[in-house]
Ligand binder design. Structure first.
Ligand code: IPD
Ligand code: CA
Ligand code: CA
Ligand code: CA
Length: 265
């Protein structure tokens, strides 16, 4: 696809992402209907569905041939061959638990994959009014400020991010190794929005972010942004991350990625 066409699609994606953020900001006075999906820890509100529908409506009107993959499943069934065509991958609210409990620390995540390539990514925190963005090969930005290429750091200087599940007996990793890792790093944080955590690695607020099992809509935009700043990204098994396959994920600045992988293997 021609560069000018990619930029045109990116402009639309940006416009709709900012408008979706404004809609969420306006909704703060509304009563939220919280429904359980698979459990009390897996929730959805009417706002998640409304924002997803807002994107689908705009995309389908403007680009009838494009596919949409959203967390709440209101859109298309994807073609089996995702290497062709244009696919929008949308998480209308990443961090719904934070949205409901804190009204903070959540984001809208919008990505466009063109012929299989991670091409356009936006992660927007409507409370802080921070828009993280990238177009493939054109650098990454926080609002209008370009983000620098990530430099390496030592493990003793690193602030890393993961949830409590890594520190209790689990199927993926020896939690006792994880407990030792915690004592080697400078600090540990957990935000509760995988997309924002990726954005924070991209801008250097976090040095690494680890997750057991993320979905396409959690990571699609973050992959575009992290690619542009030279982040290292693999599964726990040191495999390449495939956006369409649920997998463990580690996103880090250079230097500590390999250290963490070796430490946990
Ligand atoms: C969740 C958040 C959370 C991550 C979960 C995701 P949601 O997304 O990104 O940080 O640990 O795995 O499902 O459901 O709030 O969009
Ligand atoms: Ca969810
Ligand atoms: Ca999510
Ligand atoms: Ca979501």
């Amino acid at each position: 696809m021609e560069d000018s066409r990619v930029v045109e699609i990116a402009e639309k994606a940006k416009e709709w992402t900012l408008e979706a953020g404004a809609r969420l900001n306006l909704s703060h006075q509304e009563k939220l209907n919280v429904e359980y999906k698979t459990s009390a820890a897996d929730i959805v509100t009417q706002k998640d569905k409304e924002i997803e529908q807002f994107f689908i409506g705009n995309i389908k009107t403007t680009y009838p041939g494009h596919y949409v993959l959203g967390e709440e499943g209101l859109s298309d069934v994807l073609p089996t061959d995702t290497q062709n065509g244009v696919v929008w991958i949308i998480d209308p609210i990443d961090g719904t638990t934070n949205f409901v409990h804190q009204n903070l620390n959540y984001a809208i995540s919008v990505a466009v994959y063109i012929e299989g390539e991670p091409s356009i990514g936006y992660i927007y925190d409507p409370i802080k009014k921070e828009l993280f963005s990238a177009i493939k090969n054109q650098g990454a930005f926080l609002n209008d400020q370009p983000l620098s290429t990530l430099t390496s750091c030592g493990i003793e200087e690193a602030v890393i991010c993961f949830n409590h599940l890594w520190l209790v007996p689990n199927e993926k990793v020896d939690y006792e190794k994880m407990q030792r890792l915690v004592s080697d790093v400078r600090g540990v944080r957990y935000l509760g929005s995988a997309a924002l955590e990726m954005a924070y690695v991209a801008c250097g607020r976090l040095d690494s972010s680890l997750d057991f099992r993320l979905s396409p809509w959690d990571i699609a935009a973050g992959l575009v942004i992290l690619n542009e700043v030279g982040a290292e990204m693999t599964t726990l098994e040191n495999q390449t991350i495939n956006v369409y396959t649920k997998s463990s994920t580690i996103f880090s600045r250079p230097g500590i990625h390999q250290y963490i992988l070796e430490y946990l293997s």
